[in-house]
Design a protein around this ligand. Structure first.
Ligand code: DX5
Ligand code: ZN
Length: 229
């Protein structure tokens, strides 16, 4: 079996979010942006933690036939622990759970036991202090730049302060941690997020809602690198 590696922490990564893709042609959409995809971001919504329902493990399993990229599954769920194994079996490489639901320490243990990379997400109004105790035990910190539930919302620039604090902690403590931003990421907000300290950029509308998604992803990558200069 091929091992799908997340790559070294801290590098710029583009993670297209399939939420904005045409669900009737998901396989084709995912293949079409493969050359500019570092990670594929899969948004899972349970209709409880967020007021929307999206997709689950069967779709992840189906997509595995179309992509050999790292599958970054964002579990917007009240009870992700019940589904971690199903996602892992379906082909998820990393799963991110929200800190707001509690039980973080045991979710981290469960994900690790399954061999998953583990991420912890915080909503825009969740303070950094809520995730701080877990930084040494996770692989990825997802700082939401919109309130989760829907694609196509506007970037909340206020979150950049939290990204700066997180990046400082990572540097200070030499942590092997990726900092991901998700929501309203486009060619304007991407360099701002990178300047603040983010290195994984999730983008749905800015890629899949564009006339040429591959070109849009490439432009996003260029914009992200601008933030590093
Ligand atoms: C929001 C999701 C995001 C969403 C981003 O609940 O977690 O991943 O797809 O979409 P855009 O890039 O359109 O804001
Ligand atoms: Zn997401």
């Amino acid at each position: 079996m091929t091992v799908i590696d997340a790559g070294p922490p801290g590098e710029i990564r583009i993670a297209p979010s399939i939420l904005a893709a045409d669900f009737g042609e998901l396989g084709r959409a995912v293949k079409g942006i493969d050359a500019e995809t570092d990670w594929l971001h899969v948004d899972v919504m349970d209709g409880h933690f967020v007021p929307n329902v999206s997709i689950g493990p069967p779709v992840v399993a189906a997509l595995r036939h179309y992509s050999s990229r790292f599958f970054d599954c964002h579990l917007m769920m009240s009870e992700p622990g019940r589904y971690l194994e199903a996602f892992q079996r379906a082909g998820a490489n990393g799963c991110t759970v929200h800190v707001e639901i509690g039980g973080t320490a045991s979710l981290i243990d469960d994900a690790r036991a399954l061999g998953l990379r583990i991420g912890l997400a915080a909503n825009p109004d969740t303070p950094f202090a809520a995730v701080a105790p877990f930084l040494a035990d996770i692989d990825l910190l997802l700082l939401m730049t919109v309130f989760p539930g829907f694609g196509g919302q506007s970037f909340i620039a206020d979150v950049m302060g939290k990204v700066e604090v997180a990046r400082r902690e990572v540097t200070l403590n030499e942590l092997a941690l990726d900092i991901e931003v998700d929501g309203g990421i486009d060619v304007t907000s991407a360099p701002r997020a990178v300047r603040a300290g983010a290195n994984v950029l999730v983008a749905g509308s800015a890629i899949f809602a564009q006339p040429d998604p591959l070109k849009a992803a490439s432009a996003l990558r260029a914009a992200a690198y601008d933030g590093r200069r």
